[in-house]
Design a protein around this ligand. Structure first.
Ligand code: TXA
Ligand code: MG
Length: 349
C-alpha cells in the first residue's frame, strides 16, 4: 500500500509555496529540500527551464536529470511504461530515497534524459518537496543544487552560498536527514533484473527483499572521467569533490599523511576528517560520527567545512568496510554508498 501523504504545511508556508510554484510556472528555478540533499527544481516538461538548470550548474548535457514526482500516479503519466519491477519498488520505498529508471514518455523533453530513451523518477520523502510538487502540479527536475562535480548541498545555506536569490529561490527545510543522494536503479527492461547504478541508503538487501529476486550490484568506479554516454553519468570517476585535493587513508598509510602534513608547513594546514579517535599534529581535525546514518548525514557539511579553510589537502579516514559480515544490511548499504562517494571525492582529476 502507498504510504499516506504528509499534511499540507501551515499557511505561512502556503504563501511561500505559492511564490515558489509561480516561479516554476514562469520557467524559473527553485531549490528545495529533500530527505537526501537539496535539489535544483525546474519544470521537467519545459525545455527552456531544463536548459537553465544545465546552464546554471555547468552540467554536461550528456548527464541526465532525475525527475521528482508526487508518487506513482504522476510517475506513470510521464513514463512510457510502468514495468512491474518499478511498481514493486515504488510501492515499497516511495516516498523515499530511491530513483527508478523507466522508459521515457513523450511529455519529457530530450534534454532531461540527455537524449536517451529512459528517465529516472523519484518521490522525495520531505513535506516541503511534496508540497511544492503538489502546488506546481507537474514533475520537477531536481539535480543536486550545486555546481556540477562539486559537493551536494545538505542545508539551504549551502545553496545560497552558490547562487543569488535572483538566480534561484531557495526553500529552507533545515538540514537533510539522510545526507547522501538517492539510490539509482535501472528498472526499464522487463527481461532484466534490477541493477543498482548509484548506491544509496536503500541497499541491495532491501531492494531484493521488495522484489523477491536478486539485484545486480553497482559496477566499480570507472578509471577516468569518460566523456561519452555512460550507463549512469553520475558514475563519472571524479564527482562529489571538494576544491582541495582529498585523499583516503588507512592505518597503513596514516604515517604518510602525517609526513605530508609536516612537509606542507603551517600556512594552510591540512584537514583530517575522521570518525575515530586520532591525534594529528599539524592537522586540523574534524570529527564525524562513527554511526553509519549519522556519518552519512554529516559527511557533506564536513567536506564543505574542510574545504572552506582552503587546506593544502583533506585526509579522510577510510570508513568501515561495507563487506564486514557483522554489519546490519542497513548499515552495510550506507557504508557502501559512503565508500562510493568518497572514492569519487578523492578520484584523480
Ligand atoms: O537524492 C537525489 O537523487 C538528489 C535529490 C535532490 O533528489 N538528486 C540528485 O540528482 O542526486 P543528480 O542529478 O545530482 O544525480 C542524478 C543521477 C546522476 O548520476 C545521473 O547520471 C543519474 O541519476 N540519472 C538520471 N537519469 C538517468 C537515466 N535516465 N539513466 C541513467 N542514469 C540517470
Ligand atoms: Mg549531483
Amino acid at each position: 500500500m502507498p504510504r499516506p501523504l504528509p499534511p499540507f504545511p501551515p499557511t505561512e508556508h502556503g504563501q511561500m509555496l505559492e511564490r515558489a510554484a509561480a516561479r516554476i510556472h514562469a520557467g524559473g528555478l527553485v531549490a528545495f529540500p529533500t530527505e537526501t540533499v537539496y535539489g535544483l527544481g525546474a519544470d521537467a516538461t519545459s525545455p527552456q527551464a531544463v536548459a537553465a538548470v544545465f546552464a546554471l550548474k555547468g552540467r554536461p548535457s550528456h548527464n541526465p536529470l532525475i525527475i521528482h514526482v508526487t508518487g506513482e500516479d504522476m510517475a506513470q503519466r510521464y513514463a512510457a511504461r510502468w514495468p512491474a519491477r518499478a511498481r514493486a519498488l515504488a510501492r515499497a520505498f516511495w516516498p523515499g530515497p530511491l530513483s527508478i529508471i523507466v522508459p521515457r514518455g513523450p511529455l519529457i523533453p530530450d534534454a532531461v534524459a540527455a537524449g536517451g530513451p529512459t528517465i529516472a523518477v523519484r518521490a522525495p520523502d520531505h513535506p516541503l518537496a511534496l508540497a511544492l510538487l503538489f502546488a506546481v502540479g507537474r514533475p520537477l527536475v531536481g539535480p543536486s543544487a550545486n555546481p556540477s562535480g562539486g559537493v551536494s548541498p545538505t542545508t539551504a545555506a549551502h545553496v545560497t552560498g552558490h547562487w543569488s536569490d535572483q538566480q534561484v529561490m531557495v526553500l529552507d527545510g533545515g538540514a537533510c536527514a539522510t545526507g547522501i543522494e538517492s539510490t539509482v536503479v535501472f528498472a526499464a527492461a522487463d527481461d532484466q533484473p534490477v541493477r543498482i547504478l548509484r548506491p544509496g541508503v536503500i541497499g541491495p538487501a532491501a531492494l531484493s527483499a521488495a522484489l523477491g529476486e536478486p539485484v545486480r550490484l553497482p559496477a566499480h568506479a570507472p578509471a577516468a572521467n569518460a566523456p561519452e554516454p555512460l550507463a549512469s553519468p553520475g558514475l563519472l570517476a571524479s564527482h562529489y569533490a571538494p576544491a582541495a585535493p582529498a585523499l583516503l587513508f588507512t592505518d597503513a598509510t596514516w604515517p604518510d599523511v602525517l609526513a605530508r602534513a609536516q612537509a606542507g608547513g603551517a600556512s594552510s594546514p591540512a584537514v583530517l576528517l575522521t570518525h575515530r579517535p586520532r591525534t594529528a599534529p599539524g592537522l586540523r581535525i574534524l570529527t564525524l560520527p562513527a554511526d553509519a546514518p549519522a556519518y552519512a548525514a554529516a559527511l557533506y557539511s564536513a567536506l564543505r567545512q574542510a574545504d572552506a579553510a582552503r587546506p593544502a589537502f583533506i585526509a579522510i579516514d577510510t570508513p568501515p568496510d561495507p563487506a564486514d559480515a557483522s554489519l546490519s544490511p542497513e548499515h552495510a548499504a550506507i557504508w557502501l554508498a559512503v565508500a562510493d562517494r568518497l572514492a569519487r571525492a578523492t578520484a584523480p582529476r
